[in-house]
Design a protein around this ligand. Sequence first.
Ligand SMILES: Cc1cc2nc3c(=O)[nH]c(=O)nc-3n(C[C@H](O)[C@H](O)[C@H](O)COP(=O)(O)OP(=O)(O)OC[C@H]3O[C@@H](n4cnc5c(N)ncnc54)[C@H](O)[C@@H]3O)c2cc1C
Length: 392
Amino acid sequence: MAAAPPDCDLAVAGGGILGLAVARELLRRRPDASVTVLEREARLAQHQTGHNSGVVHAGIYYAPGSLKARLCVEGARDLYAYCEERGIPFERRGKLIVARNDGELGRLAELERRGRENRVPGLRRLDGDGLRELEPHARGVAALHSPETGVVDFAEVARSLGADFEAAGGRIQLGCGVERIEPRGRRVGLVHAQGETRARFAIFCAGLWADRLAVLAGADADPRIVPFRGAYLRLRPDKAGLVRGLIYRVPDPRLPFLGVHLSRHIDGNVSLGPSALLAPTRLARSLAWPGTWRMARRWWRTGVHELTRAALSRSFAREAADYVPELEPGDFSRWYSGTRAQALGRDGSLVDDFVLSATERALHVRNAPSPAATSSLALARLIADRAEQGLD
Ligand SMILES: Cc1cc2nc3c(=O)[nH]c(=O)nc-3n(C[C@H](O)[C@H](O)[C@H](O)COP(=O)(O)OP(=O)(O)OC[C@H]3O[C@@H](n4cnc5c(N)ncnc54)[C@H](O)[C@@H]3O)c2cc1C
């Protein structure tokens, strides 16, 4: 492979779905510009993009007016259109958010309100009989049904975006992790494993490394990325027929995660997950951040509960029987896991919305957790708008 170019107009660090969507969008707008993606791994989409639930969210949960709310609805529509155009398999399987008892009805009503305000297409409320018509093995007192929620393999989407970008003349440099960011007159220098690339403007879409790169470029250390591991179990294939689409619990509205759910993936496998546990790989770094301790004090009950569930996958699986009673803990085996890049403020608050910030000749994606894969094409347009302002 040729070495990374010493100069380009625009550099994008990160070859996940977001970096690739941004690079493709920039080149569509400026076909004559030289655009380079620098990715530290030997292949694209090796982190969050390749290890997630694969759900194309419809935009129900997010605070009305937030970037998540707007870009998820727009992004899902664009993503389906893109997959159709490129022949990437996807299915609008539909999703049920199930209230298991009357105590959850208030939170279900709030989700319905948000979904309507966010203009989620086709959203409707079902009673216990209505939900069983769609998912005959599920039980609950009521549910929200989102027919537009679907499944796709986001890594396949990312590779396709990368292929579009290269076909339009863009350059993807693998094994090229950015280690330092330095001012170079009217350019920004990205020092990496293969030397240095100087760009007129750089965009950082580095997921778990977003905070470190932003600090290297001179940004504030707040918020810090705290990695949360999400582990999945797989349902025995002979029981996969118990789940037709996507079955979710009513989530805890104070947490940014949607909770454990049953999903029939695009390959037909059914998963249960993900858990939400501080990832052990970067625990020391997470514990050095004051926000982690503040969050722990606030969330210790949830944390202990999650720890117990992760240690005892039987108890994790037992919860699934709350809404699909025919499921038993022995029906599940360990499957894959992914690590969420979640921004955590110094004050201990989990940052909910997507966050972008600027440094000299650069833009940083500081928080792009779920539904950023769903939203990637719409989020890429927003990022490209800001990058163009910086460039001009
Ligand atoms: C368990 C889990 C479940 C999820 N479920 C869903 C879901 O169902 N639906 C949904 O929409 N979203 C979901 N998400 C969120 C979604 O996966 C992410 O929001 C999305 O993939 C973010 O894309 P990204 O490109 O920003 O990050 P990533 O895919 O993490 O990509 C970042 C890239 O930057 C590279 N990089 C890092 N540092 C450097 C450096 N110094 N130099 C060069 N390159 C660097 C990394 O190697 C990596 O390839 C889930 C996430 C997880 C973890």
